[in-house]
Design a protein around this ligand. Sequence first.
Ligand SMILES: Cc1cc2nc3c(=O)[nH]c(=O)nc-3n(C[C@H](O)[C@H](O)[C@H](O)COP(=O)(O)O)c2cc1C
Length: 189
Amino acid sequence: MKVLHIDSSIMGDASVSRQLSQAIVAQLTQKYPTAQVQHLDLATTPIPHLSADILMGQNEEQSALGEQLVQQYLDADIVVVGAAMYNFGVSSTLKAWIDRISVAGRTFKYTENGPVGLAGDKKVYIASSRGGIYGENSPVDFQESLLKTVFTFTGVSDVEVIRAEGVNMGAEPKEQAMTNAFEAIRSIS
Ligand SMILES: Cc1cc2nc3c(=O)[nH]c(=O)nc-3n(C[C@H](O)[C@H](O)[C@H](O)COP(=O)(O)O)c2cc1C
């Protein structure tokens, strides 16, 4: 069992999404004691943004890193993504990871009938944190919606969102949001 644990919040120990992603991974390792967990901390170790030379395979070092990231994503049985909402979307560092793992011929392919995902057969947990309240499918939510779209596009149908929202609306709403999220994490079976 391979677990890929990704964090992207810039807030270190004060981060809500990091607390949630860590709790999800703890729950998973309790369930699968022999699980191998790989952690990508995109805030402390950012992945260089995609550029033309990387895209065209003209940067050997970055091509090797891109291949490593793609293979790591393909190999994972479970992916846990800590995703803070920044300006209605995800952090630029998480977007940089998305740009490196969305590779035609590796994680998806185009066919006569449209795109087909090649990275199916895994479960994705999105540990989502946001200051305001958006609920499900808000037209201004480009954070969860982007992540769900990308994972679905690469073939993953089992995507679960564990969300703490309204965390910047006062101590009480934050506490309630955290309690609800941790309860959802405890019920991961
Ligand atoms: C740069 C920045 C942009 C943010 N943009 C939004 C936003 O568009 N909508 C929102 O509801 N909260 C926004 N917030 C609040 C964060 O979503 C909230 O603090 C969340 O807990 C961040 O996740 P973290 O605690 O894991 O860092 C923003 C925070 C920062 C630092």
